[in-house]
Design a protein around this ligand. Structure first.
Ligand code: ADP
Length: 621
């Protein structure tokens, strides 16, 4: 599979982005869901749990003169019931908060769930002085609500029966309850000792009075021989509070000019309006106020109860920031690790490339990089290796060429020097023959230099052509005519054949190319041989072929005849007068015209060099 660097980068970026998005989403979901949970908690359910919290804290308030030390209970309740529990004073300063961490806590809900006031507990409508009065009336009427009224009756202070009871009092109460139970049992009535509110021992008897079946009623109602005195009595502390309350109530009522009776029921006193006219708000106010004042020294002051979700995650809270920072750090760490791992794998081939390039610069042209895979970096590696290969080849060719050029120049120069030295020494007279020889050698040098210049221009891509519409057959005939003297001297027949063939070419360059081929053909053809230059239409171009029936070229030399300084027969180099550059230049010229050159040859039978040229224009005129 081809894994491109781009795809890998994309994958990497996506992985990092995905990590960041997941982390962000997690934080957002977490905080939102907690908020939602909080709202759901506020809206639905939790009533039972909240009721339990309320009653336990109310009980605490009833049993303690202050809130100090409520912290443990608040945390216990929060832990056990899975709620955030906070208690504040009436004016809002926090007494205890289960969500408080390191001194900071999330904001409290805007509205308190309840007010806890042990001096005026929720059952106050039933309990206390006023209610002894109403309870008595209920009991007297024999109404079924009597049990409730009685429960309230024996729970006048702190909201539960037996408030303020000492251990000793509880023990005594237990004995009385057992005594009562035994008494009922002896009479064949089913009765049990139960722990009433606040852990106060009480007797429960079963009665079949109700049509609805078995109904449980407290013995408190029964005023029979099985009810020992003191079974329903309040604690000593309750009695003190009750006395204080009645005293205060009486004072208030007197001041208000209201008349009242003080009744006693089960050890507790209650004020009761003497006449219907005394009953009313003013009476109730006196009674309530007296009760509150009497209870104040014994119970905790009123407080507000706030309930909420266990922990409200707030991104900007200390905990929220910590969690967000930790998540961000985690994501960063993972991203960094992934980047380091992937980056190293990615960079490794680039480092290898850099090393190879430096070795190249230092002259080690054999430097290559190991390439694996098919990605962009691998392709870069391949490209580098190709480039190094090419540089190495060109460097080799350059060195070979310089050495060849030196070698080619040395021979004619050595000849010239030899002739001149011989003449100077008087060995050879400086006659016209010597001058002719000298001219031949300088011609050779001139040709060589001209050929080298053509090749250098071709190599540099600066071989300028001046194309014009020409007849190729005519050009071929001109070349043949120019070489006729040489051919005649060598006893070789040269002819040009072909129809008028219009092509857009640089005539001088084409003549040069054909001249090289024709002079080679004459040179390598023995006397009596023939050389034919033929022009033919082939496809959308022309072929100009030079065929001889000369020596031919051995098969193993054929692939190299167009190389510079290549000679099929090295020994003949000088005698035949060739520099080994002619075919190389001819090939360049053909290609510069957008054409090609090819050779077919058989040793001993002759050779055919064929140039193909495109016919770019029609001959006009
Ligand atoms: P040179 O100047 O030596 O002729 P060329 O590049 O023109 O250089 O030719 C390269 C070599 O190809 C020659 O040395 C010769 O061996 C061979 N060659 C070229 N043309 C012919 C031909 N017509 N017949 C036989 N051999 C040829």
């Amino acid at each position: 599979m081809r894994r491109s660097v781009l795809v890998r980068f994309l994958g990497l970026s996506l992985a990092v982005a995905l990590g960041a998005v997941i982390a962000t989403a997690l934080i957002a979901t977490y905080s939102t869901s907690e908020k939602l949970q909080g709202e759901m908690d506020a809206n639905t359910g939790q009533l039972q749990v909240d009721g339990e919290i309320y009653s336990q804290l109310s009980r605490y308030a009833s049993d303690h003169p202050s809130w100090s030390g409520v912290d443990k209970l608040v945390h216990d309740l929060a832990g056990k019931l899975g709620r955030r529990v906070a208690v504040t004073t009436d004016d809002g300063s926090v007494i205890a908060d289960s969500a408080r961490m390191l001194g900071a806590a999330p904001q409290l809900p805007s509205v308190p769930a309840a007010t806890i006031d042990a001096r005026n507990v929720a059952v106050s409508k039933l309990a206390g002085a006023m209610n002894v009065y109403s309870a008595r009336k209920t009991i007297a009427a024999g109404e079924p609500g009597g049990f409730v009224a009685t429960a309230a009756l024996i729970a006048p202070y702190g909201g539960y029966p037996g408030w303020g009871m000492t251990e000793e009092e509880t023990r005594q109460r237990d004995q009385l309850a057992r005594q009562s139970m035994n008494c009922y049992n002896a009479k064949g009535k089913a009765a049990t000792v139960i722990q009433a509110g606040g852990g106060v021992p009480q007797v429960m008897i079963e009665s079949k009075e109700s049509l609805a079946g078995v109904q449980v009623k407290a013995s408190a109602l029964a005023k029979d021989e099985c009810t020992p005195p003191g079974l329903n009595a309040p604690s000593a502390k309750a009695k003190i509070v009750n006395d204080d309350e009645i005293r205060r109530a009486a004072g208030c009522l007197d001041a208000a000019g209201l008349t009242y009776n003080i009744n006693e029921f089960e050890g507790l006193k209650a004020v009761e309006p003497k006449t219907e006219g005394d009953a009313g708000e003013a009476f109730d106010n006196c009674a309530t106020q007296a009760r509150v004042q009497a209870l104040t020294p014994y119970v905790a002051p009123p407080a507000k109860l706030y309930l909420g979700a266990k922990s409200t995650f707030n991104v900007f809270s200390g905990e929220g920031l910590l969690r967000t920072a930790a998540t961000a750090l985690g994501v960063l760490l993972i991203a960094a690790l992934v980047m380091i791992f992937a980056g190293r794998r990615l960079v490794r081939p680039i480092v290898a490339l850099t090393g190879a390039a430096q070795r190249m610069r230092n002259g080690d042209h054999a430097a290559r990089v190991p390439v694996s895979g098919k990605d962009e970096v691998a392709r870069l590696g391949h490209a580098f290796n190709d480039m190094a290969e090419s540089i190495q080849r060109h460097d080799f060719q350059r060195k070979a060429m310089v050495s060849d050029v030196a070698h080619e120049l040395r021979t004619p120069l050595a000849n010239i020097k030899g002739y001149l030295v011989a003449s100077e020494d008087g060995v050879v007279p400086l006659d016209s023959e010597l001058v002719t020889s000298l001219l031949e050698e300088t011609d050779l040098l001139e040709h060589l230099v001209a050929d080298l210049q053509d090749l250098a221009l071709a190599d540099a891509g600066m071989l300028r052509l001046h194309p014009a519409p020409r007849d190729l057959t005519e050009l071929a005939q001109q070349v043949v005519a120019a070489h006729r003297p040489t051919a005649d001297a060598a006893d070789v027949t040269v002819t040009a054949v072909g129809e008028p063939s219009a092509a857009t070419v640089d005539s001088a360059r084409i003549r040069q190319a054909l001249g090289n081929l024709v002079s080679n053909a004459i040179r390598y053809t023995p006397p009596g041989g023939t050389v034919v230059v033929g022009v033919r239409r082939v496809g959308d171009g022309y072929t100009v072929s030079v065929t001889d029936n000369g020596t031919g070229i051995a098969e193993e030399h054929l692939p190299y005849v167009f190389d510079r300084f290549y000679r099929a027969e090295h020994s003949r180099s000088r005698s035949t007068g060739g520099s080994g550059l002619g075919l190389a230049i001819t090939k360049h010229l053909a290609e510069a015209h957008g054409g090609t050159i090819a050779v077919t040859s058989r040793l001993g039978s002759g050779s055919t060099f064929t140039i193909w040229l495109p016919a770019a224009a029609t001959l006009s005129g």
